[in-house]
Design a binder for this molecule. Structure first.
Ligand SMILES: [Zn+2]
Length: 307
């Protein structure tokens, strides 16, 4: 048999990811693989409706000489993917630990003090990107909102989840790309555990303030006024950029009071919006048969505010 199987085209892969809720249709997990339900050998073409997502374990089970995961069950899961059922992806644990951490945002590098929490980016005193330090471990935190304060993706103490109705979240190896629409990247992250997380490019929002990063620099846009601050050049800072409304000295490189501008958002505060992914957990959003969900999110301490 000729070994000329072409790769699955990117638009088909995206359509499959969207339809399958960005995770294994059986359990929701990442990493996942693209699985042809009718084997490619029997029907050598990449038809979107014949391709589904299975995690490594379930893919192995489905493709054994005697499949431990029967095709019938794969097709049933494909019709009702675990993540779409839940509204949220199964969590992925990131392996940051005790080594000193570095946060790279565009061409800005933020190095944490050993053993201290490090918030690289905050708006109105709320941490958008940083590390907590607890029990001798660094715990990564990230909140990715859209311009309407809708939480799209969250990393909470090293646990990554995102809405399963996202336009596209493409994850390969250590890279994660969130797209809001075709050709429009909202965030491009690279994880290098245990020490580094990098925002290759992207735009982080809160309360109408946005901070745009790319390899040339950083642009902070104040809400309401359209005024911008542009920072270029690489610098090393013991703490990051804080766009906030407090008067306390947080060692900030720049200060913007987002809340002094009328904000057309929904008026909910940061914690309430950030809890919106928790709501999906608390209502039992994760489907039956998923045993990797943490259930202690309600009893964990609230995320400390920066101010
Ligand atoms: Zn699975």
């Amino acid at each position: 048999m000729a070994e000329t199987r072409p790769p699955i085209p990117d638009p088909i892969k995206r359509a499959v990811r969207q339809r399958c809720g960005f995770g294994c249709v059986v359990c929701g997990d990442f990493p996942y693989e693209y699985h042809h339900m009718t084997p490619y050998a029997e029907d050598p073409q990449h038809l979107e409706e014949n391709i589904t997502l299975l995690c490594t374990r379930h893919h192995t089970e489905a493709t054994g000489a005697v499949p431990m995961l029967p095709d019938k069950m794969v097709r049933e899961a494909n019709d009702d993917p675990a993540n779409l059922h839940a509204g949220i992806t199964a969590p992925t644990l990131l392996h940051y630990s005790s080594e000193p951490i570095t946060i790279v945002m565009g061409n800005t590098t933020v190095k944490g003090h050993p053993g201290r929490e490090c918030w690289a980016l905050g708006v109105d005193g709320n941490g958008l990107l940083g590390f907590r330090f607890e029990d001798d471990r660094y715990l990564l935190s990230l909140s990715l909102f859209d311009q309407n304060n809708r939480l799209l993706l969250r990393i909470d103490d090293n646990e990554l989840t995102h809405r399963s109705d996202a336009y596209d979240v493409e994850r390969t190896g250590n890279s994660l790309i969130v797209r809001q629409r075709r050709g429009h990247i909202l965030l491009h992250l690279e994880f290098t555990p245990p020490t580094q997380v990098k925002v290759v490019s992207g735009r982080l929002w809160w309360n109408g303030a946005s901070i745009l990063f790319n390899r040339r620099g950083m642009v902070v846009r104040e809400p309401g006024t359209g005024s911008v601050t542009i920072m270029e050049g690489t610098f090393i800072a013991p703490c990051g950029v804080h766009v906030y409304d407090g008067d306390d000295d947080f060692g900030a490189i720049m200060r913007i009071k987002a809340k002094r501008f009328p904000y057309p958002g929904d008026g909910r505060d940061f914690d309430a919006v950030r809890a919106s992914l928790d709501d999906l957990f608390d209502t039992g959003g994760r489907g039956a048969g998923v045993d990797s969900v943490r259930t202690d999110s309600q009893v964990r301490p609230r995320r400390p505010r920066l101010s």
